[in-house]
Design a protein around this ligand. Structure first.
Ligand SMILES: C[S@@+](CC[C@H](N)C(=O)[O-])C[C@H]1O[C@@H](n2cnc3c(N)ncnc32)[C@H](O)[C@@H]1O
Length: 217
């Protein structure tokens, strides 16, 4: 769930849209409950749906995710890609990997997902595949480096999606000396992302602020 449902759009609109976005896959509903109970940050349901729709729309065959947690967004991406798709996802936490491995097995998606255990900045230099979609959702202070390392691995015309770019509304507020490093990093990242010479980018008021871009060069 969003930290504040009225951080981006008005509460009545957010509540209306929430009601329309029902969860009809029981395993994903169970994962949402698990994440809430164990305080694991997973994508908002509307972000998860956006990922699934985008993967399907661009007929993605290979997706790179930075930050897997329990595999909630991985399952949504893999469902959008259908048979023959592969998600490569990077995650350093053994606890998260154990939970995700069990959920992926129950979703019959173990064959479609390659989990890379480790920190993204250590793992990414060793990746050699070409990807159709890059989804960034890990350490906010490292977003620009994930983009720098991920773009050479993305095909021309490939899509970049980045979560939490409005960060509960904090990024849009006037800067103060007390701002968290994550808030400052995201302000810098948003400028970098929106003006990147290899991207046509925008930030959507979906979830907690969703970066959406196509690689143009
Ligand atoms: C917001 S959660 C990911 C949620 C997931 N994408 C989803 O929507 O279901 C962020 C994850 O990034 C992981 N993480 C932390 N540091 C990381 C790093 N350096 N590289 C990759 N992942 C990292 C955390 O362990 C956590 O599971």
């Amino acid at each position: 769930m969003k930290a504040r449902v009225d951080a981006i759009i008005q509460r009545d609109q957010a509540e209306y849209l929430n009601k329309l976005t029902t969860q009809n896959y029981p395993l994903l509903a169970e994962m949402e409950a698990y994440a809430s109970e164990h305080r694991v940050p997973i994508a908002d349901r509307e972000v998860a749906l956006f990922l699934e729709i985008t993967a399907r729309a661009i007929a993605a065959k290979k997706v790179l995710e930075i930050g897997m947690a329990i595999g909630y967004s991985v399952i949504c991406l893999a469902r959008g890609m259908g048979q023959g798709g592969t998600v490569v996802t990077i995650e350093p936490s053994d606890e998260m990997i154990d939970a995700a491995t069990k959920f992926l097995k129950r979703a019959n998606l173990s064959e479609n997902v390659q989990i890379q255990r480790g920190k993204a900045l250590d793992v990414m230099p060793h990746l050699t595949d070409t990807f159709d979609l890059l989804y960034i959702d890990a350490v906010k202070e490292e977003y620009a480096q994930y983009l720098d390392r991920g773009l050479p691995l993305l095909r021309s015309g490939g899509v970049v999606i980045v979560d939490n770019l409005l960060w509960g509304g904090r990024v849009a507020q006037a800067a103060t000396a007390n701002d968290e490093t994550s808030t400052r990093a995201l302000r810098d990242f948003n400028r970098y992302f929106m003006n990147h010479p290899q991207l046509r980018a925008e930030i959507l008021s979906v979830g907690d602020g969703l970066g959406y871009a196509v690689k143009t060069a």
